[in-house]
Design a protein around this ligand. Structure first.
Ligand code: DCT
Ligand code: CA
Ligand code: CA
Length: 382
């Protein structure tokens, strides 16, 4: 296994000052919606489980959202009409269940906050997948990453009963291809040393983001494999796809050097603003709105595993003039009643000190955020 000290410069590497190479996990929850259903009712686990989006027109109209691996063995996969799926599984006991997104979101949030306590460098890419920058956690060494992946997978499994697959590599695209490669319940590492051997022979449609249209255009240019793609001149790809996509395609096997996007550790504050139905200065109505906003913010804060110390109330007036007032609590909190109480206090203080006619919008912001879990030390994972 290689680490950064042995980094071979033969791969395309966009050099930027102060940029650093990364070790990225792509964590993908296995057959997620169907697995959530198995967790809810373990009796169905040894049979095909099919999660359906019923259109409601007729009892069986609609499509399969996803299915467990047993159902996939019978050809029952995402997008298949429910009637066809039932036909394929007609002779075996199987479970057709309606999509319950709220329940899956709850489990997803729980898993994301487990991952977040592992590394705060987390980019959530959907309900069942995320990228995690583990460069520091792994001490810049790929050889530490497998053990970290095992421990993360175990932590997720122990706490939620959900199995996942982890792909590890030096960029996001390869990490995602790696998690796909050993699914379900797998770990796969694509490092500098083995990446040519592993992904160069792959058909280009294994690259996330390369759909049927791009594939056809690439094939027309005699580019069929990942190896052929990354060895094609950047100019050629730019001419075919434009500069942005051309650059991305050319760099499918290049190391990522920038931070993950929208990391939740970069989140400095959470804010919600509501527009009042009618501009007014009706105190009980304002209090009601404050309660609604507080509920919404607080449930987000809790889902993300945060506590906060600073609360601001923002009033946007009829003439779009803003009045803001903030207060610091003595201790970090994620208590909804406290948030309502403090926001109402702030409202009272504003109304006392400023002569306000009509309020158009009202907002609450919580800042000075802190994770309740705290970042775990590397030792905990070895
Ligand atoms: N989905 C859907 N219709 C499709 C494809 C996907 O509704 N045609 C939904 C269902 C699950 C979600 O998108 C993500 O899909 P996958 O990434 O295939 O995830 P999965 O079901 O977790 O399967 P895997 O074990 O392969 O990750
Ligand atoms: Ca998945
Ligand atoms: Ca996925």
């Amino acid at each position: 296994m290689s680490n950064f000290d042995e980094y071979p410069f033969s791969v395309n590497f966009p050099r930027k000052p102060n940029s650093k190479m990364r070790i990225i996990f792509h964590v993908d929850f296995d057959y997620f919606f169907a697995q959530c259903e198995e967790v809810r009712n373990s009796k169905i686990k040894n049979s095909p489980v099919v999660v359906c989006v019923y259109s409601g027109r007729e009892p069986d109209s609609g499509v399969v959202s996803t299915s467990n691996y047993l159902a996939r063995k019978y050809g029952v996969k995402s997008g298949l009409p429910i009637r066809f799926a039932k036909n394929k599984l007609r002779s075996i006991e199987s479970f057709f269940l309606p999509l319950d997104l709220e329940y899956y979101k709850d489990i997803s949030n729980k898993i994301m906050s487990i991952i977040n306590s592992f590394s705060h460098q987390l980019e959530i890419r959907g309900i069942d997948e995320c990228y995690v920058d583990i460069t520091e956690l792994a001490g810049n060494k790929f050889e530490n990453s497998i053990k970290l992946a095992e421990n993360l997978k175990k932590e997720i499994k122990d706490q939620t009963k959900i199995s996942s697959s982890v792909g590890i590599s030096f960029n996001k695209i390869l990490a995602k291809m790696a998690s796909d490669h050993r699914k379900p319940d797998g770990i796969f590492l694509i490092d500098f040393e083995n990446h040519k051997e592993i992904v160069y022979p792959f058909s280009i449609d294994k690259v996330p983001g390369i759909g049927p249209k791009t594939k056809i255009r690439l094939n027309e240019t005699k580019i069929a494999t990942v190896g052929q793609l990354v060895e094609t001149d950047l100019d050629v790809l730019n001419r075919l796809f434009g500069k942005k996509i051309g650059y991305k395609l050319h760099n499918v096997c290049s190391p990522d050097v920038s931070e993950l996007k929208n990391c939740i550790n970069n989140q400095k504050q959470l804010m919600k603003i509501m527009t009042l139905k009618k501009e007014h200065l009706d105190y009980s109505n304002l209090k009601n709105t404050i309660e609604k906003i507080s509920n919404a913010i607080n449930s987000n804060v809790i889902k993300m595993g945060y506590v906060y110390k600073n609360i601001s109330l923002i009033l946007i007036l009829e003439d779009l003039f803003n009045v803001t007032k903030s207060k610091n609590m003595k201790v970090y909190s994620s208590d909804k009643d406290q948030l309502i109480l403090h926001s109402t206090d702030l409202l009272n203080e504003i109304l006392k000190s400023v002569n306000i006619k009509d309020i158009r919008r009202i907002g609450i912001k919580v800042s000075d955020l802190k994770l309740t879990t705290g970042q775990n030390s590397l030792n905990q994972y070895f």
